[in-house]
Design a protein around this ligand. Structure first.
Ligand SMILES: [Zn+2]
Length: 69
């Protein structure tokens, strides 16, 4: 599986620990990717904000759609 394109983390400035956050009902492929820590499923972390990416190194979510709008 090709690495998805992601933004760099605002904390560490790198992309190697950054994964996309997926919203909505996950497909089988998405579930498998989440088990490999290649993406984060938003089901357990939906709040008032909708971050697009998550950094495993800094343990933060970032790039909020509402801030970009
Ligand atoms: Zn980071």
């Amino acid at each position: 599986m090709r690495k998805p394109k992601v933004s760099s983390c605002p904390e560490c400035g790198k992309t190697d620990a950054v994964v996309p956050i997926l919203y909505g009902y996950p497909t089988d492929e998405a579930m498998a990717a989440a088990e490999r820590d290649e993406i984060v499923l938003a089901g357990c972390m939906v709040g008032d904000l909708d971050p697009s990416y998550y950094c495993w190194r800094c343990l933060i979510a970032f790039e909020y759609a509402r801030q970009l709008a």
